[in-house]
Design a protein around this ligand. Structure first.
Ligand code: FAD
Length: 468
């Protein structure tokens, strides 16, 4: 039986990044993956394919609606959806192939099959051909991720009631797409198909979209998406979904009123649940919390000696970069270093147009925690580069602790918010203040100047707006 220092079950961003770090630190490592390709949800059916389609459909939308503003005349713009999907698949293939190559260069053994912990220190791997291999490991990391959550009355059928996986590969834009759930996945994939011609209706149980993000910016995003043609019904609870001849009728209630919605496809994007079926954690006595997430301590150790868990299968935001950081911290702990993740500085992004990005506390969260804060805001319509780009929607907003000026949160609505938020995250990681950021020289003309200006606005000294 081959012996390893570390065996990682699951090759998503948590698992494969942990494997790379383990390889770098000279640990004899194996990674077990049940799917054909490495990379997990993120690379195969999540972050990457969704962003590929978001970019392609954004270009289409630009050619249709925005190019004219720049004096670019395009007579007829059409979509070759097949080619768009092929490009997406090619991007995925390049990246999953890249992960396989990274496993080799870091001397990580890849084991294909379902990994099951049969006892502490022992993993059996059952391949798709039915062959079973046993390996021994000093340390086992469970990185088995998550899967889409179903509605109890609307099981996925893969045709009419679908999850994000199918919504990444529709072979034609559905005439009417109903999206249940206005979180990141629903808004992103709703945007894709809206841009490609679907009539998109979003139903959300809560009185707002984009829960967890700054409310003011989320409301602005909803307004922008409504302007792009998407329809929103908030405080709307779906209670039934009926399928007839491949079409769906959803019944919902809103303020005591019963509503019905007709659709050709229904994307259920109400969240994801941790996935640990088949890994055998329960059989060896690993403890789970009330949401069926594996319980770990600050060093990702479960209650069973030598068994760890990271990523979507444990508590915290279900995000690829969070899983990656946990993978690194977990391996560094195993290697006797001090692995650590700063959960106060994990950015979250919705990649619509404009994008909505946030890191740290929102104004409301700070208030709920009784922290006195000062707010600095700067709109992109006062930023030269945004105007030159004809892309001046949105704003930057900082939440700084009143007493110390330390930045507690940053929130950005802009086409490039996903890139701009990184600066705020870096400053926050070093415990920086709004003054630190406001006094940093930023290149001109750039969108990042709006980040600097919003930081200056905390002390009411922004330069290109009237400070109030
Ligand atoms: P996963 O990526 O889910 O990987 C788990 C792996 O374990 C899978 O490959 C699975 O096959 C394997 N596995 C499970 N059980 C076993 C077993 N017993 N044996 C062997 N293998 C097993 N996050 C972001 O940060 N940014 C985004 O833009 C973003 N966009 C998303 C868009 C969509 C449509 C979706 C669905 C998700 C998106 N996410 C995004 C979330 C992100 O994909 C997840 O947070 C991330 O993939 C979690 O990583 P993980 O390593 O914990 O698990």
């Amino acid at each position: 039986m081959e012996k390893f220092d570390v065996v990682i079950i699951g090759s998503g961003p948590g698992g494969y990044v942990a494997a790379i770090r383990a390889g770098q630190l000279g640990l004899k490592t194996a990674i077990v993956e049940k799917d054909k390709e490495l990379g997990g949800t993120c690379l195969n059916i999540g972050c990457i394919p969704s962003k590929a389609l978001l970019t392609s459909s954004d270009h289409f939308s630009f050619a249709q609606k925005e190019a004219g503003k720049h004096g670019i005349v395009i007579d007829q713009v059409t979509v070759d959806l097949n080619k768009m999907l092929q490009r997406k698949d090619k991007v995925v293939k390049t990246l999953t192939g890249g992960v396989r190559a990274l496993m080799k260069t870091n001397k990580v053994t890849t084991l294909e099959g379902i990994g099951t912990i049969t006892a502490p220190g022992k993993v059996s791997v059952k391949s798709s051909k039915g062959e079973t291999q046993e390996v021994e490991a000093k340390h086992i990391i469970i990185a088995t991720g998550s899967v889409p959550m179903e509605l109890p009355f609307a099981k996925f059928d893969g045709q009419t009631i679908v999850s994000s996986t199918e919504a990444l590969s529709f072979t034609e834009a559905p005439a009417r797409l109903l999206v249940i759930g206005a979180g990141a996945i629903g808004l992103e994939l709703g945007s894709v198909w809206s841009r490609l011609g679907s009539e998109v209706t979003v139903l959300e149980f809560l009185p707002r979209i984009a829960l967890g993000f700054d409310l003011e910016l989320a409301n602005l995003l909803q307004r922008a998406l409504t302007g792009q043609g998407m329809t929103f019904h908030l405080e709307t609870k779906v209670s039934a979904l009926k399928i007839e001849n491949g079409h769906a009728t959803a019944t919902a209630s809103k303020g005591g009123e019963e509503l019905t919605f007709e659709a050709d496809k229904v994307l259920v994007s109400v969240g994801r649940r941790p996935f640990s079926e088949g890994v055998g954690a329960d059989k060896i006595g690993v403890e789970f919390d009330e949401k069926k997430r594996i319980k770990v301590d600050a060093h990702y150790r479960t209650n069973v000696e030598g068994v760890y868990a990271i990523g979507d299968v444990i508590a915290g935001p279900m995000l690829a970069h969070k899983a990656e950081e946990e993978g690194i911290a977990c391996i560094e702990t195993i290697a006797g270093k001090s692995g650590h993740v700063n959960y106060n500085v994990i950015p979250g992004i919705i990649y619509t147009n404009p994008e909505l990005a946030g890191v740290g506390l929102t104004e409301d969260q700070a208030k709920e925690q009784g922290i006195e804060v000062r707010i600095g805001k700067f709109p992109f319509r006062a930023n030269g580069r945004a105007l030159a780009n004809e892309d001046a929607e949105g704003m930057v907003k900082f939440v700084a602790e009143a007493k110390t000026d330390r930045i507690l949160g940053a929130h950005i609505l802009q086409h490039a918010a996903s890139e701009l938020i990184a600066e705020a995250a870096s400053v926050m990681e070093f415990g920086g203040s709004s003054e630190d950021l406001g006094r940093t020289c930023h290149s001109h003309p750039t969108l990042s100047e709006a980040v600097k200006e919003a930081a200056l606005a905390v002390e009411k000294r922004a330069l290109h707006i009237v400070n109030r």
